[in-house]
Write a protein that binds this ligand. Structure first.
Ligand code: F6R
Length: 241
């Protein structure tokens, strides 16, 4: 596991963006695994900047997002499909048909999960971007006694709904379920790039990276992967320095 600590968020964002851009540069039909949340926004801004500098084309690139809420339409500003359009897809030359998110409006959620896994099997992820939840979740894989390998529906924990409530008008509007790639699917990516910012994540960063490998801290399973790059700002990295 390679851990890099940055003095500024800008440096972290630029480094992460360049890793993703370079993957697409070296392999024009690269498969990028993407995340949402607050952490990747600056990274996506930087990718768009690189694109506008004509440094890269995404015309041959395929993307798979980690997760999506159940029950929100794509047009809903809180859906992850909307987020991806807003922060990345609408600004670059990626083809809409090559961008994939689980369909949280699918009538048959189980069939949708199976469909997503089939697509992932067919197009393995070259580099998977991850954020880290305060409870150690990756994607929406919440701490539990068992973790699912493949894409599956999850009931969100109260603390995750509370953390996400800031984006919704009221707590009632925060979805209770989501579809997420499983930890097994995440670990199949050739390279995993986890970005974490902020003092409030310092404790969980330490647990995930240096603590025991346990399903109670889903991100600790990353310790079993051969190629993980962790990008931290000083605050998030202060307990492991
Ligand atoms: C989002 C996702 C989540 C977030 C995590 C951290 O697609 O999979 O696991 O990465 O909740 O979120 P932020 O970056 O908002 O702290």
């Amino acid at each position: 596991m390679e851990i890099i600590i940055f003095d500024t968020q800008k440096e972290l964002d630029a480094y992460a963006a360049d890793l993703l851009v370079n993957t697409a540069g070296e392999k024009p039909d690269a498969v990028l695994g993407l995340a949402t949340g607050s952490t990747p926004i600056g990274i996506y801004d930087k990718i768009v900047e690189r694109y506008n500098e004509k440094k890269i084309s995404f015309a041959g690139v395929t993307t798979f997002n980690l997760d999506e809420y159940v029950g929100l339409r794509q047009e809903n500003e809180q859906s992850y499909a909307y987020y991806m359009q807003k922060h990345l897809f609408s600004h670059i030359d990626i083809l809409a048909e090559n961008t994939h998110l689980p369909n949280g409006m699918a009538e048959d959620i189980e069939a949708e999960c199976a469909r997503y896994d089939e697509m992932l099997e067919a197009r393995p992820v070259d580099i998977q971007l991850l954020g880290l939840g305060h409870n150690g979740h990756i994607g929406f894989n919440e701490p539990d006694v068992n973790l699912s390998g493949g894409t599956h529906a999850v009931q969100l924990k109260a603390e995750t709904r509370e953390a996400n409530a800031r984006f919704f008008a009221s707590m009632n509007e925060v979805p209770s379920y989501a579809i997420t790639m499983g930890v097994g699917s995440i670990l199949k990516a050739n390279t995993i790039l986890m970005a974490v910012r902020g003092a409030d994540k310092a404790g969980i960063v330490k647990e995930a990276l240096t603590g025991p490998i346990t399903t109670n801290v889903p991100a600790s399973l990353l310790q079993t992967h051969a190629r993980v790059i962790v990008l931290l700002d000083r605050e998030a990295g202060r307990m492991i320095e």
